[in-house]
Every structure is written in C-alpha cells, then in structure tokens.
Design a binder for this molecule. Sequence first.
Ligand code: SF4
Ligand code: SF4
Length: 242
Amino acid sequence: MCIKNGVSKLEIDIEKCTGCGQCVMLCPVQAIKLIDNKAHIDKDLCVECSICYRNAGCPGKAIKPKRLKWPRLVRNPFSDVIATHKLTGVPGRGTEEMKTNDITSRFGENEIGISIEIGRPGVGTRLRNIELFSIELSKIGVDYEEASPVTALFADDHGYIKEEIKNERVLSAIIEFKVPINKATQVFQLIKEVEKKIDTVFSVGVISRVAENGTIPIINLLSEQGFSIRPNAKINVGLGKP
Ligand code: SF4
Ligand code: SF4
C-alpha cells in the first residue's frame, strides 16, 4: 500500500497483530500499548510520525496507513522526519536551519536569531503551547522566519494560532525569529516567565555573529538571565557560494 507524506494515519488490524511489541518499543511518544497481546494506538497521544509503520518491520503487516483529514493532518509534518510541510516546502520536520547563516546572511550585525523548540521525542507537545510564547513575542515585535512551519500556523499578526489546531499533538514545534540585540534581554525574560506555565519541555537556540575581537556578546546576556550555555560552532561543508 502506498503511503504519502502528510496523508497517513496509522491503524492496527488486531486480527493480524502477533503481539511482538516492536512497534511499542519504537513509538517516540509511548502511544502504543499491548493489551491482551494485541497492539493498540492511543489516537490522542499519537503524533502521526509514521515510525511504527515505516520502521517496526511488523511481522503481521498489521499496521495500515489511512488518509488523514484536517486538522489532524497538521500532526504529520511536525513529527515525521521525512515529511515536507506543504505550506513552506521545507523538508525534515520543516525547520529553517539557523546554522546556514554564513550562506543566507539572515542574521546580520547587531541581530540575534532565536529558536524555541517546544516538546521533543518522548514528550511531545500540544500546538497550543506555541501561543504561550508567540503572543508575548509579538508584543515585543520580533521578525518571524517566513519559511518556518510554525509561522505558517499563525492566524494573525498577534501570535495567535488557528483555533482548530490548538489541541493537535506533535513531536515538537520550533518557533524561529530574529530580533535586534537590544531586545534580547526582553526576550530572555519572557522565556523565563513561560517556563513557569508550560506543561512540556522546551529548548532555546541562539545564533549570533562572533565579534571582530573573537568575543560573543550574547553569551553574557544569557548568563545574566540564568541560562546554562553550550556554545556551538557550525561549519557546513559544500554550502559555499561560487
Ligand atoms: S509490530 Fe505489528 S505484530 Fe508487532 S505488536 Fe506491532 S502491530 Fe503487532
Ligand atoms: S505514528 Fe508515531 S506516534 Fe503514532 S503510534 Fe506510530 S510510532 Fe507512535
């Protein structure tokens, strides 16, 4: 049976399930359980990543894809590593990678790029958690990455996301934006405030250019706000301009 990115929904034919448990071990959000030696998917927990269908090697061929409908359809591109987000055309769970800045020059002098990844494998997130950040970020005035799937979910310029998708569950969703460096402290304080309210995990990525003297000014600002920092340099081979 053919499975297309973004249109698959997994169901298990319990008549064919042998109870081997392989799909249970692979599910990244523990949505599959063996009951009376048969696998059952908790549809509410399932993030539509397709891993059970693609990787479990189901001996009974019991895992079947079915066509997904909106709004559940939105789960797949935020959870499936080989899906391409239809609204942005960006593959690989749809992030616009900040590490290519030397090529794209998106983040200039006196600007910083920030990504907030909400959820992760093993935990997941409801899409409504995006708003905890985005409504407040929009008040500060940030420049959201146009090619980010999360940006495509916004219903307006105030950071609200479309009502019908708020309860949808995904592996993770990444908010990507840039701000002038003089707004960085405001953003970091906002992130600290949201940390008190959110019901899942999140991680923050920051990109900034290294100054002529070799220092990275943003590191001091992050330390002042109590963030633990793991500096990372990225070198991308083969992406150079001719
Ligand atoms: S991999 Fe297939 S046979 Fe094994 S538990 Fe899952 S559905 Fe059942
Ligand atoms: S599609 Fe992904 S989340 Fe859903 S049951 Fe299969 S492995 Fe688990």
